[in-house]
Design a protein around this ligand. Structure first.
Ligand SMILES: C[S@@+](CC[C@H](N)C(=O)[O-])C[C@H]1O[C@@H](n2cnc3c(N)ncnc32)[C@H](O)[C@@H]1O
Length: 352
């Protein structure tokens, strides 16, 4: 997926590499279906961020709707040799998924070039307004001012907008919301604007400062807190002290969200909701299987699936009887049965 910081393999905390010289950008044009795979290869090669852009120049057959949808992925590397290696690995992806790969030096600092084209973005009841763009409040819409800096979370990615849309329907005043992978803080701030108290966590070292600054811009800094503990620690606190959240959101890469499934569910209050995104519509099964396989005390039911531009957000509700201290796994619990999660989903299409 696009527009976000990601783990750097050399650094388990996900710190981006530091470089003094010019960066090199790997630009890949590939099918939308292969975008996640290509992004994985770029991340594994060490980029701290992958940005997704629309393809403006399309072949005639694609314009006529006869070809596959294409996207451009851009990833920066601090070193040309590493960028070349990443490009080679991407080029090895078969099946006609990759249409072109190139490596070029980033002549200016590059990372800020997108700012010139940034505009206000509508997402659910929110209008996400870049702080450097003129925008007047519109009656009935909640303005959310954002400067994502070097973090993910400008709202330009469909998954962010999907989760914002879900949050607007789920959050009630007084709820406590956990935003796992808060990036710019956009989801935590939206939750606070809806009347919740929100906690953000992330592995990106830029996230705390950016989240707090954005919360201040929206005058919800007293309701948004950054917690520098990893999710595993919060899950442990949930088990030992019963500290859980009414709504947990996790807009992460699919493999990460699948890996974290157990801890994500653990921190959800009984009767509370978990919204996960970063999932491609045609690759939902690993997440559904991960949740399905968690066992009775972590039982969740899928209550909503929403989609935009090939991406999905899934909302699960945790069984009101699912707390470890209340669970009786040996007893039949028919209300926890999940015969076919996908069938239970209410499908809604979001037009961001
Ligand atoms: C796709 S971005 C989402 C940013 C923002 N919440 C949004 O929806 O636009 C994913 C974020 O998750 C963070 N992340 C990746 N792995 C993580 C982990 N294991 N725990 C917490 N955050 C993680 C990344 O650093 C990144 O900021």
């Amino acid at each position: 997926m696009a527009d976000h910081a990601a783990d750097h393999p050399a650094d388990p905390l996900g710190n981006p590499p530091v470089a003094d010289g010019p960066w090199f950008a790997v630009s890949v044009t590939c099918t939308t279906a292969a975008a996640e795979l290509v992004a994985d290869v770029l991340w594994q090669a060490g980029t701290p961020a992958v940005e997704e852009r629309a393809v403006e120049e399309r072949a005639a057959e694609e314009r006529a709707g006869k070809g596959p949808d294409l996207v451009i992925l851009l990833a920066g590397f601090p070193d040309q040799a590493v960028a070349d290696q990443a490009a080679d690995r991407v080029a090895e992806i078969g099946g006609g998924a990759v249409r072109s790969v190139s490596v070029a030096p980033v002549l200016d600092d590059g990372s800020d070039a997108w700012r010139e084209h940034a505009t206000a973005i509508e997402a659910g009841p929110f209008t996400l307004v870049p702080t450097w763009v003129d925008h007047h409040p519109v009656p009935g819409r909640q303005m959310l001012l954002l400067d994502p800096g070097a973090t993910f979370g400008s709202g330009s990615h469909p998954t962010t907008r999907l989760v914002l849309d879900a949050l607007a329907r789920l959050v009630e005043p007084g709820d406590v919301v956990l935003d796992v992978g808060c990036g710019s803080g956009v989801l935590a701030i939206a939750a606070a604007l809806l009347g919740a108290e929100a906690v953000g966590i992330d592995v990106d070292p830029a996230a705390p400062e950016v989240t707090v600054a954005n919360a201040r811009r929206n005058r919800v800094d007293q309701f948004v807190r950054y917690d520098d503990r990893p999710l595993a620690d919060l899950a442990e606190q949930a088990r030992s002290e019963g500290r859980r959240y009414d709504v947990v959101v996790a807009n992460l890469l699919s493999p990460i969200v699948v890996d974290l499934a157990s801890d994500l569910v653990e921190v959800v209050e009984a009767g509370g909701h978990l919204v996960v995104s970063g999932l491609l519509v045609d690759r939902l099964q690993p997440m559904l299987d991960a949740v399905d396989g968690l066992g009775p005390h972590l039982a969740m039911s899928l209550v909503e699936q929403i989609e935009a531009e090939g991406w999905a957000a899934l909302t699960f509700v945790r069984s009101a009887h699912a707390r470890p201290d209340l669970a009786q796994p040996e007893l039949a619990q028919p209300e926890l049965a999940q015969p076919d999660l996908a069938q239970q989903a209410r499908r809604t299409r979001v037009t961001p």
